[in-house]
Design a protein around this ligand. Structure first.
Ligand code: FDA
Length: 303
């Protein structure tokens, strides 16, 4: 029920406008979003770096429907990449292909992606690609295949909840892909995605083992204790040390665990969203956890 309301809320432009213009809502969003400006994301990254934690800068915005919005996103990513290099931060960037024009003009999207990858490579900054809803998965895999041939360090998010994912990974095996394994954040129909917690966890574990055998430098984007423990066991079984894979977290979630893993010798990176288009991102975080919704509503009510 809560989920259905949030899916409705995510797609409601009037509500979006009311929430994003509300100063209290903007302050509450700060728990999960570094700020609206790149500068704030860079400060958050520097702070995490000082604790031995890497970062991933993510410019919020998805489903961009016109090429002027696309141009803005490309310019922001270039600026972020330059700033990361200039400040010597331990940070990657993560992009959504729909932000680069995937659904508006595929040719422009390819050119934008290559431009960002070339610039980032020249500056020594790594690039990650987020995975969006299932309608974009086949094309995202194709674009990743092309990108990873010229830029093998590119990392792709892969969603464990999707039924198709094990086969998709088999087709990527020749590339020894760099993958960020996540559960999947989008509401998908039962024909397309596993719905139950246990099924999703089981597929996540299967894919974890797969990545240690066939992938490169696997990353696990989860806050789930059971899956984190499983990845550690799977790494040990594959003879990999704690620096040979990575745990990734979302900004504002389980800071204690992030630090504990670093203190135990693991590599940890935190995904830092920034920008003004924070509403869809925030509704996804609330859908994942009713406690986040309660936090947000309490902040709005001034309690
Ligand atoms: P689950 O949601 O079951 O949470 C397990 C435990 O973690 C909870 O019991 C709670 O303790 C804690 N927790 C989890 N979420 C929390 C929250 N929002 N607030 C507070 N505590 C929370 N998805 C996608 O479709 N495409 C993508 O590209 C990415 N990229 C991505 C990058 C990174 C670095 C991460 C960590 C996640 C993503 N995701 C994503 C999101 C992912 O698919 C998934 O929706 C969330 O990580 C939540 O799932 P968990 O595995 O954390 O488990």
């Amino acid at each position: 029920m809560v989920n259905r309301v949030l899916v409705w809320a995510a797609a409601n432009p009037k509500l979006q406008q009311q929430v994003t213009e509300n100063p209290i809502a903007r302050r509450a969003a700060h728990r999960f979003v570094a700020g609206e400006q790149l500068q704030e994301a860079l400060e958050a990254a520097a702070e995490l770096n000082s604790h031995g934690i890497g970062s991933i800068l993510d410019l919020l915005g998805e489903g961009v429907e016109d090429l002027s919005g696309v141009g803005h996103a490309v310019a922001e990513y270039e600026e972020a990449t330059q700033a990361i290099a200039a400040r010597g931060l331990n940070s990657t960037i993560s992009i959504k292909l729909s932000q680069l024009g995937q659904t508006v003009d595929r040719g422009a999207c390819v050119a934008n992606l290559n431009r960002i990858l070339d610039r980032a490579q020249a500056l020594g900054v790594l690039v990650e690609v987020d995975m969006e809803d299932s309608s974009l998965v086949p094309d995202t895999l194709d674009l990743f295949r092309e990108a990873a041939t010229a830029h093998p360090q590119t990392r792709l998010a892969i969603q464990a909840m999707l039924r198709r994912t094990p086969l998709d990974l088999e087709t990527l095996a020749p590339l020894k892909p760099r993958v960020r394994l996540v559960k999947g954040a989008y509401a998908e129909p039962i024909q397309v995605a596993h719905q139950g917690k246990a099924e999703i966890r089981a597929q996540f574990k299967y894919l974890t083992d797969w990545l240690f055998r066939h992938g490169s430098d696997p990353a696990f984007g989860t806050h789930d204790d059971e899956l984190i423990a499983y990845a550690r066991r799977s790494a040990a079984a594959a003879g990999r040390g704690p620096q040979e894979f990575e745990f990734q977290f979302l900004y504002g979630i389980r800071r204690d665990l992030q630090q504990r893993l670093v203190d135990q010798g693991h590599r940890v990176r935190v995904y830092i969203p920034f920008g003004s288009a924070w509403y869809p991102y925030l509704t996804r975080r609330m859908a994942e956890r009713p406690a986040n919704l309660a936090f947000f509503l309490r902040a709005l009510a001034g309690r």
